[in-house]
Design a protein around this ligand. Structure first.
Ligand SMILES: NC(=O)c1ccc[n+]([C@@H]2O[C@H](COP(=O)([O-])OP(=O)(O)OC[C@H]3O[C@@H](n4cnc5c(N)ncnc54)[C@H](OP(=O)(O)O)[C@@H]3O)[C@@H](O)[C@H]2O)c1
Length: 247
């Protein structure tokens, strides 16, 4: 018997990167998985490749979150694993020049969207369910030029710990996974040219004690572990996967 047979998992932002790799791993272990994304074509293509259920939803839009929770409740009843993963980095730059549009976009997806996804799913979660929030090592870093992204993940960690406390009575566990630099599409979406991206990747790799970037599969395996029976005594904890970068 596979570990997640007869379990339903919902993965936000499942058409690429860490969300896609986690959906793949959960399906391999027997789960039924629903993935969300904003782009209909991308989410449907990913769902077909994975053998997942596609649902088009922008996690920053409250109505989309409500429709998603309602759909899951009507079709499947309850959820065993909720992986709140959808996120963006947004524009880089000093606080002095941060545009309101960028502030709102990053906070609306990474924090407000995650908060209300959690809220709307609380009544749909099974007692004993697992919630995993995809945070980042930057949640506890204060690098220049990344104030909004860093703050969005710090806020995410704060509510995750509060949620772990509030939901413990129902044996629902809430944990955070914080990757360091991980090979996914996220950096390609920052609007930087190819040379700059290559330089950033080389600089990061050089700074990481293990001298490599992480993979989406590394993160997926941690999410799957936290969602499993083996992690039944773990809640409100943050797991860092960064090759030693923050040592
Ligand atoms: N890669 C890293 O180095 C790294 C490190 C630390 C933390 N993280 C975090 O890991 C998470 C996943 O990122 P990734 O690296 O796997 O990047 P990715 O490949 O760009 O995947 C992000 C996923 O989120 C989706 N998404 C973004 N905004 C959304 C929205 N408003 N509603 C629904 N879906 C949305 C994307 O879909 P679309 O393509 O349609 O937008 C995509 O499926 C993010 O929260 C990110 O902050 C990444």
């Amino acid at each position: 018997m596979k570990r997640f047979e007869n379990k339903l998992a919902v993965v936000t932002g499942g058409n690429s990167g860490i969300g896609y790799a986690t959906a793949k791993e959960l399906i391999r272990e027997g789960a039924t998985v629903l993935i969300t994304g904003r782009r209909k074509d991308a989410i449907e293509a990913a769902a077909t490749e994975l053998g997942a259920i596609a649902f088009v939803a922008d996690q920053s839009i409250l109505e989309d979150i409500e429709n998603l929770a309602e759909y899951v409740r009507n079709q499947y009843g309850t959820v065993d694993i909720l992986f709140i993963n959808a996120g963006i980095v947004g524009d880089m730059g000093p606080i002095e020049f941060t545009k309101v549009e960028n502030f709102d976009n990053v906070m609306n997806i990474n924090f407000r969207g995650a908060y209300f996804t959690l809220q709307k799913f609380i009544p749909v979660l099974n007692d004993g369910a697992s919630v995993v929030m995809l945070s980042s090592i930057v949640a506890s870093m204060h690098n220049s030029n990344s104030s909004v992204y860093q703050a969005s993940k710090a806020a995410l960690n704060s509510i995750s710990k509060t949620a772990a406390n509030e939901l413990a009575a129902r044996k629902i566990r809430v944990n955070m996974v914080s990757p360091g630099p991980t090979e996914t599409e996220v950096m390609n979406k920052m609007g930087l040219n190819k040379e700059t991206l290559t330089q950033i990747r080389a600089d990061l790799t050089n700074k990481i004690p293990l001298k490599k970037m992480g993979s989406a599969e590394n993160v997926a395996k941690m999410v799957v572990y936290l969602s499993s029976e083996a992690a039944s005594f773990i809640t409100g904890s943050e797991f860092v996967l960064d090759g030693g970068l923050t040592l």
